[in-house]
Write a protein that binds this ligand. Sequence first.
Ligand code: FAD
Length: 449
Amino acid sequence: MSSFDLVVVGAGPGGYVCAIRAAQLGLKTALIDKRHALGGTCLNVGCIPSKALLESSEVFENARLHAAEHGVKLADVALDLETMLARKNGIVKELTDGVGMLMKKNKVTVLQGRGTLTGPGKVTVTGDSGDTEVEAKHICLAMGSEPVQLPFLPFDGELVVSSTEALDFAKVPKKMVVIGAGAVGLELGSVWRRLGADVTVIEMLPTITPFADKQMAKTLQRALAGQGLEFRLSSKVTAGKVLKKSVKLTVEDDKGESEEVSCDKVLVAVGRRPYSDGAGLDSVGLEVDAQGRVVVDDDLRTNVDGIWAIGDLVRGPMLAHKAEDEGMAVAESIAGGAGHVNYDAIPNVVYTEPELAMVGRTDAELKEAGIAFNAGRFQFRANGRAKSLGQQDGMVKILADKETDRVLGVHMVGPRVSELIAEAVVTMEYGGSAEDLARSCHAHPTLSE
Ligand code: FAD
């Protein structure tokens, strides 16, 4: 039986980053994944393919609708979906292969197969080539998450789909319904709308992106509605009937009135749940909460000595960079360092156009916590670079402690704010003030100024 200092189960951004860091710190490390390609949800069917399609569909939309505003006349703009999907698959392959190369370079042993805990410090790997048993001083669980299904409308992979299939439609749907106005629903809804689908987003709550600042959510919704996404908020899908080539949904609004909506694809994007099927958590007595999350303490230790858990499998936002930071922290803690994640400075981004980006607390959260703050706002409409880009929708809001001026939250909707938010994260990480930000010289004309 092979023995390791650390065995990581799950090769997503949490697991593979943990494995690399552990190996760099001198730990003999193995990384297990049931997929053949490394990189987890994020690289295979999440962050990366969705961003590739968002980029391509934006190129298509710009060519069709906006090139002429710049005095660029294009004739016969046409969609070649096959090439678009192939480009996306190519990017995924390059990146997942790249993770494989990083494992080799850092001397991490990669084992393909499902990892199952079989006892303290013991994992069985069931792969294409049979069962292998490995022994470990430490185990880090990083099995990620899976899409949540609606009980009355299970995924069939054809008409009722999760984000995984919505990254690969062989043709553009005529009428698509997206259930759930979170990041995944809005991003993939935007992709297929740009490519020609008639898209309706149905959301149970009264606002889109419920985790975001209310003003930002409204600004984003207005912009997306202007582009042609139809929204039904405070509305619940209560039933669904799958027919031969279409789906009939019953949609109930907050006044109790219901209506039937027909479509040829339904993307159910109502969230994800932690995934631990077949991982043998019971065999070692691991504590799991009511939502199926492995319970961890502030240092990401589980209730079982020597077992750690990270990423989508544990509490906190389901984000790739949060999983990565936790992976680093666990590796560093095992190696005797002081692994730490600053949960107050984890950015959250929706990659629509305009984008939404945020870090820290919203004004509602600060009010609830009784913290006095100042709010500074600026509209992109008054920014020269945004005007030149022809992307003036949106604004930035900075919230700073009234007394100390320390930045407590930054909220943005606008062009490429996924990049701008990094400046806010760094400021918060260093405990910077709003004045520190204002007095740092920014190039002109830029979005960052
Ligand atoms: P995962 O990436 O889910 O990886 C877990 C791995 O564990 C999988 O490869 C799985 O095969 C493996 N596994 C599970 N059980 C076992 C077992 N028993 N044995 C062996 N292997 C096992 N996040 C962002 O931050 N930015 C984005 O832009 C973004 N976009 C997204 C778009 C979509 C469409 C989706 C679905 C998600 C997106 N996310 C995004 C979320 C992000 O993908 C996840 O937060 C992230 O992948 C979680 O990382 P993880 O390491 O915890 O788990």
